[in-house]
Design a protein around this ligand. Structure first.
Ligand code: UD1
Ligand code: CA
Length: 340
């Protein structure tokens, strides 16, 4: 079966209050959109379409020819954004995943499980949901007395009772591709925001007697979105924890993981000890048995095995024209503290 994906990334990100376009804000060294596309790529997709509008050039420069692009000139809503990919996708067989470009914690495994669930339910549409403590800002999942999904109600359109529902839409969906594109033109914009809402496709399918399903995430944080910088900081903390745990499991010691900052692109050898306040950034590769910090700032460097990177030091390989020289500098400076 063909699997397609559409990533929505045309919005301005007004709530970020930034000149940098929302999906280009970095999380642990990579722009948000890169994390989302990175979760999709292992799924061997037939088509991977990114819908761009605001900041289109920056996104295209970031992702290059790894994806296809659809242009949304005016941001009329998420349903309208998906519709912009019709020239590539309409009329094709298969299943289409739709994701927002601002949910960077989503993982391939979760998307695979969503696809499996969607197929096992033989649904026309399946939404990935989370049970959260604070549902503010998210679409609420409205189920009927049998527990079946009726519709999704946006925060701004919700009644007081609906606002209390703590099962939310992550904005991640799985659709029968043909049924999705047959239904999108019927979505209206008669709502509080005057936008064409993608979540309304679920209610429309359901009214036509189609099966609509909801799959609850095991990890509610995976579906979290970034609308402002408070959420950005929160998600960065969660991602940092994920990265640090991966390194610790593969043999790296961290004196205080909460105060150790490692980009998702960095590699570290076994038995290396990272002291608090250490930043390992960019393309940095740390060898085995090194000691780094406290308070070391290491960017785009190759650090050989058994090197001591001194406390309160800063190395930036990207400022050296020759990478070899950068290696020497780290080792030489380390000598003051004795190489192991
Ligand atoms: C959206 C969902 C909400 C869900 C939440 C999950 C709608 C109407 N609401 O709300 O149900 O709980 O995500 O995080 O879908 N975008 C476009 N073109 C547009 C509008 C938006 O490309 O015309 C893109 C944005 O760049 C963004 C994504 O779609 O990446 C979601 O838009 P956003 O405004 O962040 O929606 P939310 O209010 O978070
Ligand atoms: Ca959002």
């Amino acid at each position: 079966m063909n699997i397609h994906a559409v990533v929505l990334a045309a919005g301005k990100g007004t709530r970020m209050n930034s000149t940098l376009y929302k999906v280009m804000h970095p999380l642990c060294g990579k722009p948000m959109i890169e994390h989302v596309v990175g979760a999709l790529e292992p799924l061997s997709l037939h088509n991977l379409v990114v819908v761009v509008g605001h900041g289109a050039e920056a996104v295209k420069q970031q992702l290059g020819s790894r994806v296809q692009y659809a242009q949304q000139k005016e941001q009329l809503g998420t349903a309208h954004a998906v519709w912009m990919s019709k020239d590539i996708l309409a009329g094709q067989d298969g299943v289409t995943l739709v994701l927002n470009g601002d949910t960077p914690l989503v993982q391939s495994e979760t998307l695979r499980r969503l696809l499996d669930y969607h197929q096992s339910k033989q649904a026309a549409a399946t939404v990935l949901t989370s049970i959260v403590e604070d549902p503010t800002g998210y679409g609420r999942i409205i189920r009927d007395e049998n527990g079946d999904v009726r519709k999704i109600v946006e925060e701004k359109d919700a009644t007081l009772g609906q606002k209390k529902v703590n099962e939310i839409s992550t904005g991640i969906f799985c659709f029968d591709n043909r049924k999705l594109f047959a239904t999108l033109p019927n979505v209206s914009n008669q709502n509080a925001q005057g936008e064409y809402y993608l979540p309304d496709v679920l209610a429309l399918l359901q009214e036509q007697g189609e099966r609509v399903a909801a799959h609850v995430t095991e990890d509610p944080e995976e579906g979290s979105g970034v609308n402002d910088r408070v959420q950005l900081a929160h998600l960065e903390r969660l991602m940092r924890k994920r990265i640090n745990e991966r390194h610790m499991r593969s043999g790296v010691t961290m004196i205080d993981p909460a105060a150790t900052y490692i980009d998702s692109t960095v590699t570290i050898g076994r038995d290396t000890v990272l002291y608090p306040g250490t930043f390992l950034l960019g393309t940095t590769q740390i060898g085995e048995g090194c000691q780094v910090g406290p308070h070391a700032h290491v960017k785009d460097m190759v650090v050989e095995d058994y090197t001591r990177v001194p406390p309160f030091s800063s190395f930036d390989g990207s400022t050296y024209s020759d990478r070899g020289q950068a290696e020497v500098a780290a080792t030489r400076d380390g000598q003051d503290y004795g190489r192991n």
